[in-house]
Design a binder for this molecule. Sequence first.
Ligand code: FAD
Length: 315
Amino acid sequence: MAAASVGWHWPPCLGPHGGYTQSICTVEHALQAGAAWREFLREPGPLVIGATQHASCFGAAYEFVFNLEYALRKAGMRDKVPITFVTAEPFAGHFGIGGLKHAQGMTEWFFRHVGIDWVLDAVLERVTPGEIHLQRGRRVRAAANGQPEDLSGRGLPFKYAMLIPPFLGVEAVRRSGLGNERGFLVVDEYFRHTRHPNIYGAGVSVAVAAPAPCEAGCSVPKTGFISEVMAKHAAYNIAAEIEGRPLKPKPMGEIDAKYVLDAGDQGIIMYTDRGDAPRDGKWRLLPPDPWAHWMKVWCERYFLWKMRTGRVNWP
Ligand SMILES: Cc1cc2nc3c(=O)[nH]c(=O)nc-3n(C[C@H](O)[C@H](O)[C@H](O)COP(=O)(O)OP(=O)(O)OC[C@H]3O[C@@H](n4cnc5c(N)ncnc54)[C@H](O)[C@@H]3O)c2cc1C
C-alpha cells in the first residue's frame, strides 16, 4: 500500500513563472530554459536539476541532467560545474513507479561514474535567488560511500536550476469540478469518468494511483505510449457505446510501458509489461548503449515530422 505523501503545495518562487528555476515541460518553457543555459555557459557555477514533490516524468529530469553533464564535458567545462540531482523519489531510478529491477543500481552507478551528487526524498520549501531551500532531503555524494547526509532545513546553491514542477490537471478540468483535488479525471477501466460515464479521459488528464510508496510525493508518469494506448481504448469504447456494442476494459495493469532514457551519447532501453506494478512484471532494462541514444533521437524526429505533417494515425 502506498504511504501517505506530503501535502500538495507549489514552492514559492519555483519557476519558470515569476520564479528562479527553469522548466522544460512546455515548448515555451524549454526555449526559455535553453536561453538561460546559454547565458549560464558564459558564467558557469553550481547546477541543480531534478523533480519536485508531486512532479511526474522523472525520466525527463534524468535525461536532462545526463545530457547537460555530457554537454559540459564536450565543452571542456565540466570541472567548473558541480552537479546535484534533486528528486522526491525515495531512491534513484524509482521514476514514480517503484523502479524497475536493476534501475536503482544502474542509475547510482551512472551518477557516481559521471560525478553527480543526488538528493532523495526531497521536499522543496521555497526558492530564493541562487538557492533552493529544502524542507527535507538526503544527499548522497558521488565520491563517497558513507551514509546519506540529512539536508533538512538546508539550502542548495545554484547558478542554473531546472526542476520539473508539481503536476496539475489543465485549467478547464480544474475549474469544471470534474477532476480530483489536483484536477485529474478519475476514470474506470473503460476510461469513463467514474461519476459521469458519458465523459471519457485518457493520457495525462487521468489520475493514476501510485503503484509504489513515495512519501515526498511522486506522480505516476504517463508516457506518450501509455497515453496513446489509453486514447485508443477510450475512442473504441466511445464508438462501441454509440453503436450499442459491448465496451472493452483495459486496466492500467495491462498496459505495458516502453521508454528510452537518453544520457548524452548513451541511452537505456526500459520495458515492462505491468504498468501498475513494474517491479513484478516481466522487465527489460538494457545496459547503457549508443544505439539507444540514436533510437531516441530518431523517434523524436519521426514523432515531430509525423505531427507536423498531420500523419497522426501513423504508429
Ligand atoms: C519534460 C517531459 C519530457 C517527456 N518525455 C517523454 C518521452 O521521452 N517519451 C514519452 O513517451 N513521453 C514523454 N513525456 C510524456 C508525454 O509528453 C505525455 O505522456 C504525452 O504528451 C501525453 O499526451 P496527452 O495527449 O495526454 O497530453 P498533452 O500532450 O499534454 O496534450 C494535451 C493538449 O491539450 C491542450 N489543451 C489543454 N487545455 C485545453 C483546452 N481547454 N481546450 C483545448 N485544448 C486544451 C494542450 O494545449 C495540449 O496540446 C514527457 C513529458 C514531459 C513533461
